[in-house]
Design a binder for this molecule. Structure first.
Ligand SMILES: *Cc1c(COP(=O)(O)O)cnc(C)c1O
Length: 269
């Protein structure tokens, strides 16, 4: 597959981390930037979780990242996560699924994930709950909201969130931790920021309606290109891949099939 303009561009900005030192340096840089963004907005950086996203990164480099201190990994696809957690079963790491889930994959998530950040439908909630009940497990979940009003994106429309949250207590194995979003793919920071601030507003409103429905009200938002803006807008978890592991050669359209425009991305070839 040919490289996209975006990945070529990203290559310079995000060199590939191969050694423990590379990972330690990248993690330190990201943490410093989180701290600076937190400082600008009067927030406590120690309360902001950095979730390393290892999609497309081979197992051996995840192992090196673990030696540099990573204790959890976010993966967009269940199958990829399942393969990796088997290969790294000797490590003490947790797996967070951060991508859209098909119902027929609910069993795998229920079997090994410590968290699912992309809950966006009651049928998936029901399928997960059934599998979790059978396994005697619980699962932390974030509800994914589409804050960019692009109908190509996964996530609930903002106006459907209150009714959705009200249904979730029926699925008692799901522990709602908060909300998750992907910002608009745009170089205009104001438009990106608007997505993050909308997620915060939705969280605040949900708390006013019924604080029990939103748990601790966490906000998972921000990736390599926009995590500092997300922190300024209240992120409690940032999901960072390329700034830790290095640029991905594969276009993101493989992970977000419909998102083929913006930021110079080419459609899959
Ligand atoms: C890949 C991915 C990220 C991280 O993106 P980077 O550009 O590598 O930081 C964050 N969230 C989701 C849902 C992803 O699939």
């Amino acid at each position: 597959m040919p490289k996209t303009d975006r990945s070529a561009e990203a290559e310079g900005r995000y060199p590939t981390a191969r050694t423990v030192d590379d990972f330690a340096r990248n993690l330190a840089t990201v943490r410093e930037r989180i701290a600076a963004a937190a400082g600008r907005s009067g927030r406590d950086a120690t309360r902001i979780r950095l979730l390393p996203v290892g999609k497309t990164v081979p197992e051996e480099r995840l192992r090196t990242a673990a030696r540099a201190g990573c204790r959890e990994f976010g993966e967009n696809k269940v199958q990829e996560a399942d393969r990796k957690r088997r290969a790294l079963a000797d490590l003490d790491v947790r797996w967070s699924i951060i991508g859209h889930l098909q119902r027929n994959k609910a069993r795998d998530v229920a079997a090994f994930a410590s968290e699912f950040q992309a809950l966006d439908g009651l049928r998936v909630a029901e399928a997960l709950d059934r599998r979790l009940q059978a396994a005697g497990r619980g699962l932390d979940v974030h509800v994914q909201v589409n804050t960019s009003a692009e109908d190509s994106k996964f996530g609930l429309p903002p106006d459907e969130l209150p009714a959705f949250l009200a249904e979730l207590p029926r699925y008692s194995s799901l522990r709602v931790r908060g909300l998750m979003t992907l910002a608009v793919l745009d170089t205009d920071v104001d438009r990106v920021r608007a997505c993050f601030s909308l997620l915060r507003t939705l969280r605040d409103r949900a708390r006013e309606v019924d604080p029990d429905l939103i748990g601790p009200g966490e906000l998972s938002m921000g990736m390599s290109g926009d995590y500092e803006v997300a922190v300024e807008e209240g992120a409690t978890c940032v999901r960072v891949g390329q700034a830790i592991f290095g640029a991905r050669a594969t276009p993101d359209s493989l992970y977000w099939p419909e998102k083929t425009t913006g930021r110079g991305e080419a459609p899959p070839s």
